[in-house]
Design a protein. Sequence first.
Length: 392
Amino acid sequence: MKLKGHIHYVGVNDRVKHRFEGLWILPQGVSYNSYLIDDEQGVALIDTVDAAFFGEYLDKIKEVIGERPIDYLIINHMEPDHSGSLQMIRQVYPHIRLVGNKKTMEMVQGYYGAARKDDMLVADGDTLDLGHHKLHFYLTPMLHWPETMVTYCETEQVLFSGDAFGCFGALNGNVVDTQMNTAAYWPEMERYYAAILGKFGAPVQTALKKLAPLTISMICSTHGPVWVNEAPRAIDTYRRFSQGDTEPGLVVCYGSMYGHTQRVAEAIARGAAEAGERTIIVHNLSVSQPSFVLADIFRYDTLAIGGPTYNGGLFPVVEDLLRRLCGRSVSRHRLGCFGGFTWSSQAVKQILGYNEKMKMELVGEPVEWKQGVSADTLQCARSLGKLLATRA
Ligand code: FEO
């Protein structure tokens, strides 16, 4: 599928994998995007696809170049959803030279034992001239692995961005945003960011600054649509999420064994609603999938977290969310907390302990109760909801 000039899309869709990285559910599948530049003087492949799709992938490559060999495999990212076909590509094209930075080559050797002396080691700002197409390589470490880099085609003003600006969701016939309704992909970009890149706000900011001088007319990431008209929106999504920009809204996250914590969560939501909060999302953490919860937390400015004390500690699904938040850039959020116990108070204490790492602004007094929830407890919860809905 031709994208622009001699740049072709040769990616594949995965509608079978249940969880990306074994963690994040894929209700609409995922695409593994790979690109082929068919220049007169040299053919370059940019990233590969998951090994399970190699047959289909090779057919797509041969549809473009026939029996012509590939000269370069540019590796923007080594995670196996993109490097998985590397060894098989090397078997089919034995003279292909890998192009990557020092960390890439260490991983090529570590994962596949496949590094060679004639591979092309590149540093930040290095270039590769394919004849018509002039490529520039920019190192963008920790987007989201240490070796991650991007490739910019100066000739066509195309940025091959690796995972950056990518999203969950397989591609349904069309590849480029100008040819499709992209509405379903935007929440999936936010979910992808929150799940995969959420820890790396500072490196994302550094990369955005480095890439800012480039004129970009097309973004070709490794997942989801190719962005043309909506490239500025993709960049803005990364800018907002990486610097912790949020919209007004309350996300109430709770775990509950027998419904007491749930009643408190509902009372917080009701109190916020009475105070005029219009966007309120309530997640039962035993039911909601973590990536959807994280995406909502990244988007909205205020969070309430609560759960019961369990086995002398915190209820596991609540602790799981707090652990995930400690590893992500969410410190500009406002936080309310609530928790119950039967004989030994732990939940609230532990949520507050996690907040020493999360560093969110604590709003109001935590709502805490022993055993069943009383009318007074529910009233305190409504009051906390009102406070959470009231911003300076
Ligand atoms: Fe799409 Fe980080 O791999």
